[in-house]
Design a protein around this ligand. Structure first.
Ligand code: AMP
Ligand code: MG
Length: 318
């Protein structure tokens, strides 16, 4: 008999919610958790011995041998960095750290500090040798951060496992990176609420009906720090070295690939509405929902039949 198993954990520095429906859902969950811990040991910026930490530690010194999965994620991150012309940018860690330290001290970084730090963020600093399965950061002080793509990859890994291990239906939410396998056990699509950028956590302004798709949101409201009384959020514009200032409060991307949705939502958020819409139309993703600073909602064409508006906003197809 098929049953459902549901659990919440804290892995990869984020809340992980799983719902698995099948003949032995608990056993499937156990395998997924094991894999998530493995991915954390691979991509964590904070764990002392993660593959990512080793790559960053040996910057300017030597190439580091990496697992096939890590090479794949770095290759994809490099591809999205190029595709988005640096709006998604995996080498911003030095500048992200600068802003974190500024937040801790409650003093804004100076113009010179920002410009000096940006010299470590050149995307050409990362060399991947796919044959030798190694990566090398050419410049000492350069660092990779997979915070804008890693959870998406992990959601893809989870869903692949659910399917391989015989789940008939499943759902994973890794800190807002959602991916669904099939429909809900009652055969209706999964419903993924979209967080209202200005309202308490859990308040949705709309929802995506989701079957075999991923839904990922990037937003200024998600994480921020206060310096001198003003808010500075966590998504950086690599061209300015400052938290991105666009006409958007959030972007949600829907795609079969959660890794793609993760990278594209970060990129489109930095680009702003006009450039972000053009960018999304040039990719294979299902579509995107843009929430602007003027509290208007814009949907790309493929999205209308997946989207339900829950509040009275002006909502346009674009
Ligand atoms: P996300 O929530 O997927 O948009 O990712 C945001 C996280 O990725 C941040 O907390 C940073 O660790 C990192 N990050 C910040 N700005 C960028 C950027 N422009 N491109 C890639 N990663 C970024
Ligand atoms: Mg992202």
């Amino acid at each position: 008999m098929e049953t459902i198993f549901e659990a919440q954990d804290f892995i990869m520095n984020t809340g992980v919610e799983q719902k698995i429906f099948g003949h032995a859902p608990r056993a499937i969950y156990d395998v997924a958790v094991k894999n998530l811990h493995m991915l954390e040991r691979m991509m964590s910026f904070y764990l002392d011995e993660s593959e990512l930490t080793l790559l960053n530690r040996y910057a300017g010194k030597q190439a580091v041998p990496l697992s096939d999965e890590m090479m794949f994620v770095l290759g994809q991150a490099q591809k999205f960095t190029q595709l988005s012309e640096g709006a998604f940018h995996m080498l911003l860690a030095p500048i992200i750290q600068l802003w974190r330290r500024a937040g801790a001290k409650n003093i804004l970084p100076s113009h010179d500090e920002i410009n000096d730090t940006l010299t470590f963020c050149n995307s050409e600093n990362l060399l991947l040798d796919k044959v030798a399965s190694t990566a090398f950061l050419k410049k000492e002080g350069s660092m990779v951060d997979l915070g804008a793509i890693g959870k998406g990859f992990a959601a893809d890994v989870c869903c692949a496992l659910y399917q391989e291990l015989g789940a008939s239906s499943a759902f994973v939410n890794l800190g807002g990176n959602v991916k669904a396998l099939g429909n809900r056990p009652d055969r209706a699509p999964w419903v993924v609420g979209l967080q209202h950028p200005d309202k308490p956590k859990g308040t949705s302004y709309g929802a995506i009906l989701c079957t075999d798709q991923s839904v990922v949101t990037s937003g200024a409201y998600e994480r921020y720090q206060v310096i001198g009384g003003a808010k500075y959020h966590h998504i950086i514009n690599g061209k300015t070295g400052h938290p991105s200032e666009s006409d958007l409060k959030s972007v949600t991307v829907v795609s079969q690939s959660s890794m793609q949705a993760d990278a594209l939502s970060t990129a489109a958020f930095v680009m702003g509405l006009k450039k972000g819409v053009d960018f999304i139309y040039n990719t294979t993703c299902t579509g995107a929902v843009f929430f602007t600073v003027a509290n208007e909602v814009y949907l790309t064409k493929g999205m209308t039949r997946h989207f339900r508006l829950m509040e009275r906003f002006k909502c346009y197809e674009i």
